[in-house]
Design a protein around this ligand. Structure first.
Ligand code: F3S
Length: 283
């Protein structure tokens, strides 16, 4: 059985940096360590950190109750009011926001000062998008689909700056931008899709189009893994979405000669290795 493993599978730079930050803090600090939301959409990693004493704060209410220790902000980033809240509570903040996300926060601030409203192409419920909106002082907009782009209207005389959620699908972003561009508004467009995502998606598409079965590894709640799955499924009907080796139920038959493997940005190398070894040895 031939196995094609994507070179871009697994932790991206920003997630690796955030996970490393938590382990570093564990070594350096004696006091309590919290992460605001799971540091990565991977149950195994989160469990390991919990066993070492890191507590996940799952809601704003839980965050408000923290009065000592260190709160680590994950790669998705948060709005400005979270920084203000922790300062008021006298809690130490360690910022592991991915620099590419931080850049969007700065763009939002700058372009609002230049008189534009921010429109984010992305999922309004995703924490990264909520975080970006948390740096906007004016009304901001979120558009996720072609239909929403068609229905979008901007009040007369207002100007727009379009950015994207870092993990958004590039082709979909272009389609949405094209529709809004035709409406005649004064807009500037900044493609803030992270290259890690684009590269991972392009490589996944290429591999999936060339194999008999495709395995996509990643957390159930990881939106970038879900998108990878969508992309692969289009190219290869026989695509499996698994969280770890335990979920793999690869139906092998004579016709499967080549299996492709990719993984979302929150999948540790250890899991990818396990799946790869298993497929190589077993089939
Ligand atoms: Fe950052 Fe890109 Fe990863 S924005 S968190 S390096 S997907």
């Amino acid at each position: 059985m031939e196995v094609k493993l994507a070179k871009t599978a697994g932790f991206c730079f920003g997630v690796q940096r955030a996970v490393n930050t938590v382990y570093e803090q564990l070594e350096q600090k004696e006091d309590r360590i919290y992460t605001y939301g799971p540091i990565v959409h991977n149950e195994m990693v989160v469990r390991d950190l919990e066993e070492k004493g890191v507590q996940v704060l799952n809601s704003r209410e839980e965050l408000e109750k923290v009065t000592e220790g260190t709160v680590i902000i994950r790669a998705h980033g948060v709005g400005k009011e979270v920084y203000d809240l922790l300062e008021r509570q006298g809690v130490n903040l360690v910022d592991a926001t991915c620099p590419f996300v931080k850049k969007i926060h700065r763009i939002a601030r700058r372009e609002e000062q230049n008189g534009r409203h921010i429109l984010i192409v992305g999922n309004a419920k995703h924490p990264e998008v909520e975080g970006i909106r948390g740096w906007c002082e004016k009304v901001s907009y979120v558009v996720e689909s072609v239909e929403e782009a068609q229905n979008f209207t901007l009040p007369e005389g207002e100007k727009l700056c379009i950015v994207s959620q870092t993990t958004f699908n590039y082709n979909k972003f272009e389609d949405i931008v094209e529709i809004i561009s035709k409406k005649g508004y004064d807009i500037i467009v900044l493609n803030t899709i992270c290259s890690a995502t684009e590269e991972r998606q392009a490589e996944a598409r290429e591999i999936a189009s060339d194999v008999d079965a495709m395995i996509v590894i990643g957390g159930r709640h990881s939106s970038n893994t879900q998108k990878l799955f969508e992309i692969c499924k289009k190219e290869c009907e026989n695509t499996y979405y698994i969280q770890s080796l335990d979920d793999l139920d690869l139906k092998t038959s004579q016709s499967i000669r080549c299996v492709g493997i990719t993984a979302g940005a929150s999948t540790p190398n250890k899991i990818i290795e396990e799946v790869q070894k298993h497929v190589r040895i077993k089939f």
